[in-house]
Design a protein around this ligand. Structure first.
Ligand SMILES: [Zn+2]
Ligand SMILES: [Zn+2]
Length: 428
């Protein structure tokens, strides 16, 4: 049996035992499916209800299935215009690949694309350090980088609720691979234009955020010479987030953190901490707040640096590698014709379930444990090549070409990404 048939059998087993009911207003959604090695092979599918979708899944067991964040009158019609859009949910996507974490040095690797050179190494290097050619990077995930996408997800939810006022219809699911998808499915977002969606995204990533217009600025008037701010207890939106960061930095009592954020010396930060009550109090003056410093600390310099780091800390990750990618996927976020993984289905590149996560459980959700849904029965694979990887509460590997017996879910994970072959001896 080839790998494809084996993987397909595992998917079939899952859909035979599990009912998918995660798509709201299912009859108005466009669906797309993918096959082995191809995430989207056909689109423009539609299902009148959950029963029809589940019948299809049991019959075809596709490697990937996605649905539209848009609602259409005729979801199966083509071209796109004939579908007649009736609104679209908001969807955000966090992918560990786009967020810098230290763990990538240990589990990612690169190989020079020049045949003559053949140099390789650890981490995520985009140009060969020997010959300058491009590289092929092999990406893996671990609990640490998934935890970072979880942190970003929680940050986003706080923005959605507190700053945008979306209290209804927020749903989160694991992407099935390297991160999380956040859906906002309420009436209040359905009519938003592409431009409005882009504005929301810019707000989240602090793109074009102007501290001056928020009321944070240095008053050069010789009589004043102070850093003014809006009144702390009345602040909203970004100003409130900035104050929250200021408060937590001062409340933590961590002088070295304060020194780093404000670009000052440890000693100066200690002096500032000693005057914590006074400093926090002055931010809440009824006639307008003031950001105080202390003797020997330049208020302008300290607060300008501190505010910049506070914004950096509070915004959603925007830096991808080499500045190419956005931590929060810009395309997914504003493309209203996009299709995204159906929650509760399996991701054909990993065998992991795109499980829905109740909002109150996100902070402790261990995707690489809880999204393992395939059987644990042993499967023999050959020529396994992998760094040490984590799945289902266990570490596996590293493997460098050996034959190894793995639980089916881990065998699926390696076979699907082409990092092992199915052994002739394995009888699934
Ligand atoms: Zn090279
Ligand atoms: Zn990692």
């Amino acid at each position: 049996m080839g790998a494809e048939a084996f993987l397909s059998g595992a998917l079939r087993g899952y859909y035979a035992a599990n009912e998918i009911t995660s798509v709201p207003e299912i009859s108005m959604r466009e669906f797309g499916i993918g096959e082995f090695g191809r995430k989207i092979s056909s689109r423009h599918l539609s299902f009148r209800d959950n029963a029809a979708l589940n019948h299809f899944l049991r019959e075809k067991a596709p490697f990937y299935i996605s649905y539209s964040n848009a609602l259409y009158e005729f979801p199966g019609a083509r071209p796109m215009e004939a579908k007649k859009m009736a609104g679209a949910d908001l969807v955000y996507e966090f992918d560990a690949d786009d967020i810098k974490t230290a763990c990538k040095e240990s589990h990612d690797s690169w190989k020079c694309t020049s045949q003559k050179c053949g140099r390789e190494g650890k981490g995520r290097v985009l140009a060969c350090d020997a010959c300058g050619s491009g590289t092929k990077v092999e990406e893996w995930v671990c609990p640490e980088c998934i935890a970072e996408t979880r942190r970003q997800t929680l940050k986003l939810i706080s923005f959605l609720r507190d700053d945008f006022g979306f209290s209804e219809g927020i749903a989160v699911n694991f992407s099935g691979s390297k991160g999380f998808h956040i859906h906002v499915r309420s009436e209040s977002v359905r009519g938003l234009s592409k431009g409005a969606r882009l504005e929301l995204l810019d707000y989240l990533t602090a793109t074009g955020l102007d501290l001056n217009s928020l009321g944070f600025r240095y008053d050069k008037d010789p009589k004043k010479r102070s850093f003014v701010c809006p009144r702390r207890s009345l602040a909203k939106g970004w100003a409130k987030r900035i104050f929250r960061t200021i408060e937590s930095a001062f409340e933590s009592g961590d002088a070295s953190k304060l020194a780093v954020m404000g670009g000052t010396r440890q000693g100066a930060a200690e002096k500032l901490l000693a005057e914590k009550e006074k400093i926090l109090g002055h931010m809440d003056f009824p006639q307008g707040g003031v950001l105080l410093a202390t003797k020997g600390v330049d208020a302008n310099k300290f607060w300008a640096a501190f505010l910049a780091s506070a914004v950096d800390d509070a915004k959603l990750a925007k830096e991808g590698f080499e500045g190419n990618a956005l931590g929060v996927d810009r395309q997914t976020s504003v493309d209203i014709n996009k299709i995204v993984r159906v929650p509760g289905t399996l991701h054909g590149s990993t065998g992991l379930c795109a499980k829905e996560v109740p909002l109150e459980k996100i902070h402790s959700f261990e995707a690489l444990d809880e999204c393992v849904v395939l059987p644990e029965s042993d499967v023999l694979v050959s020529n396994a090549r992998a760094p040490r990887f984590y799945l289902g509460k266990k570490w596996f590997g590293p493997f460098s070409g050996e034959d190894v017996s793995l639980p089916l879910y881990a065998a699926f994970f390696l076979l699907a990404r082409g990092n092992a072959s199915l052994s002739d001896e394995s009888v699934p």
